[in-house]
Design a protein. Structure first.
Ligand code: 5GP
Length: 241
């Protein structure tokens, strides 16, 4: 596929124009980074794993009434998506305390957060993605208060759907990060939903099956990602006829 020059290059994906004004191509690269790009590697097949998992979840969410930018896969690591006007917010939902919340606040790692907690970071690498509250989001003009309420409502819905899905696979959906955009005035889920942007623990052993394996050298990250892909594909075989 001839893609030309990317219009945006992120840490793990590159975005390309298409011949349609309202569609873009999202290419999932094999690059893996952590700690705001301080740790960097490339793993053959990683882009395809994340693309396959993202495509599966976008489709699963659409079937459950959540609007996403996903149109179709073009090959195993290249996705055709609707063009969105992206909102520079990282919306993070947490079911279990882990990661930055344990460092910054007196939560114990593994502590259940019920009801789930939603936090928001301003997406800006140079500033280290600072945490922002509702007032700051509105003051920065990122979205209106009503749009923010809608973003949180959609995030809770996605969280519940994915928590229940992973529960069935024997995994705890600890936390995840998503990003939204606007198209024709509507709030739509964009970016990706993959092991790069979530925490997944084995229900029994609490072993990680996500980017923490890479971040903290907990083992072979591709083996961990492959396990999640395998579980999802097996679920698909049994449930999607
Ligand atoms: P934490 O705030 O604990 O670092 O991250 C919470 C959750 O959001 C984790 O699942 C983490 O992978 C995800 N997350 C937070 N920031 C980013 C980011 O900049 N990129 C990606 N891919 N995921 C993020």
């Amino acid at each position: 596929m001839e893609l030309g020059e990317p219009i945006y290059v992120g840490k793990a994906k590159s975005i390309y124009k298409t011949d349609k004004e309202d569609e873009l191509i999202s290419l999932f690269r094999n690059d893996m980074t952590a700690f705001n790009g301080v740790k960097k590697d490339s793993f053959a097949g990683k882009g395809a794993y994340n693309a396959a998992v993202s495509a599966f979840f976008f489709d699963y969410l659409e079937k459950n009434g959540v609007k996403t930018h996903f149109i179709k896969m073009l090959d195993d690591h290249t996705m055709l998506v609707k063009k969105l006007d992206m909102i520079p917010l990282e919306v993070i939902a947490r079911n279990v305390a882990a990661g930055s919340i344990v460092k910054k606040l007196p939560f114990k790692e593994g502590q259940i957060l019920n009801p789930p907690v939603i936090v928001t970071d301003y997406k800006d690498d140079e500033r280290g993605d600072p945490s922002v509250n509702d007032d700051l989001i509105v003051a920065l003009g990122l979205v209106t208060r009503d749009e923010l309420a809608e973003i949180k409502e959609i995030t809770h819905k996605i969280n519940k759907l994915l928590y229940d899905f992973f529960d069935e696979l024997g995994l705890i959906f600890v936390d995840f990060k998503i990003e939204f955009g606007k198209c024709g005035g509507e709030i739509i889920l964009g970016d990706e939903i993959s092991m790069d942007s979530m925490r997944l623990w084995d229900k029994v052993t609490k072993e990680s099956f996500d980017k923490d394996v890479y971040r903290f050298d907990k083992g072979d990250v591709m083996t961990a990602y492959a396990k999640v892909v395998e579980k999802i594909m097996n679920w698909q075989k049994e449930n999607v006829k």
